[in-house]
Design a protein around this ligand. Structure first.
Ligand code: IPM
Ligand code: MG
Length: 372
């Protein structure tokens, strides 16, 4: 019997290649796990009308954690056009399976560490060490959207004085995406951010919202942040609007530590934070709930590089490292972390994004060999 059961979801495009790269490194640290492959992604949307089949959900339920590769997503109409002929016209709509997994398993916290590895030619600076905590199940991603706007919703909204301006607009000429925050959702992401700052030695938590304009939802997040900050006297709470945050992240990223934000703003600032430490080839994420977690590189399926053994596997290797941390395998996780840092610092093996010619496999092998 192995110690762990890991759901292994390569997904689309380069997903399979980067997951195999992570496998090389996990084997090298003697990670004692059975990896069980599961179906997810575009292929299953086309052939079954569901990119996240029930059998995959059942598989995840029988495992300790999941490592996930990448997914191709396309807009609604393009997705519908690619369905197998017998599935067309049945009202099936594509929705992102990773967003689905986050909600289905209540993976409320999206943890995205963005640390510059010294020697990476892509760093904006070498002293950046940011960690983004992104609320992962609510906000604009909750999926409560309308087009055309149903009459009942319209009537309910009309009780708001600001709706007057839209009185001449027909229901079919209006689209509404709701931004739902719950107190519990805000508290959970903020508490996770403060706990992480405490245990990992960060001095500040910056709540990134826009309460001067989006008064109710961003306002709730910031009010909860102030209340929770009282319980962490050693950590300073900073409040920064999301637009200004984008500017500061380019100007003075070294001044920040932990950032906490809602789903959509967290999505945006985490791409920005990823780019200043090397880009999506380095960015890993943990989707973490109370009883389960899914780890992934934050890049997409990069169809134009699929099958070329070309993309940088470091993001996925770091995702695997985060999975080890989650499972309590700290020593193995640290070995991977040190090996990644060493290979980057040495600078002999670099993938195309870093200006080199190394393949996905060569980078993974270099990291595996650096593990002592
Ligand atoms: C991410 C990605 C996803 C998101 C997409 C692929 C649905 O951008 O993980 O940041 O928007 O959350
Ligand atoms: Mg994103």
């Amino acid at each position: 019997m192995t110690k762990y059961r890991i759901a292994w979801l390569p997904g689309d495009g380069v997903g399979a290649e980067v997951l195999e790269a992570a496998r090389l490194v996990l084997e090298r640290v003697d990670f004692d796990a059975e990896t069980i492959p599961g179906d997810i992604g575009w292929e299953f949307w086309r052939s079954e009308g569901n990119p996240l089949p029930q059998r995959t959900i059942d598989l995840l339920k029988s495992t300790d954690a999941c490592l996930f590769g990448a997914i191709t997503s396309k807009p609604k109409d393009e997705a519908a056009a690619e369905l197998a002929p017998d599935l067309r016209g049945k009202g099936l709509t594509y929705s992102s399976p990773i967003v689905g997994l986050r909600q289905l398993f209540n993976l409320h916290t999206n943890l995205r560490p963005c640390k510059a590895y010294p020697g990476n030619p892509l760093n904006l600076r070498d002293d950046i060490d940011l960690v983004v905590f992104r609320e992962n199940t609510e906000g604009l991603y909750a999926g409560v959207e309308f087009h055309p706007v149903p009459e009942g919703i319209r009537n309910a909204l009309n009780s708001h004085p600001k709706m007057k301006r839209f009185s001449g607009v027909a229901n079919e000429d209006m689209a509404i995406s709701t931004r739902i925050f719950t107190r519990k959702g805000c508290q959970t992401i903020l508490r996770d951010a403060f706990d992480y700052a405490t245990t990992h030695g960060y001095k500040t938590v910056t709540v990134v919202e826009k309460p001067n304009v989006i008064r109710e939802t961003s306002g709730l997040m910031v009010r909860e942040a102030r209340a929770i900050a009282q319980e962490y006297p050693d950590i300073e709470l900073w409040e920064t609007n999301v637009d200004a945050m984008c500017m500061w992240l380019v100007k003075n990223p070294q001044n920040y530590g932990v950032l906490a934000s809602s789903n959509m703003f967290g999505d945006i600032i985490s791409d920005l934070a990823a780019q200043i430490v090397g880009g999506l080839g380095f960015a890993a994420a943990g989707n973490i709930g109370d009883t389960y977690a899914v780890f992934e590189p934050t890049h997409g399926s990069a169809p134009k590089y699929a099958g070329q053994n070309k993309v940088n596997p470091i993001a996925t290797i770091r995702a695997a490292k985060m999975m080890l941390d989650y499972l309590g395998e700290r020593e193995k996780a640290q070995k991977i972390e040190r090996a990644v840092a060493q290979v980057i610092a040495e600078g002999r093996i670099r993938t195309y994004d870093m200006g080199g010619t190394a393949t996905t496999t060569q980078m993974a092998e270099a990291i595996a060999s650096a593990i002592s």
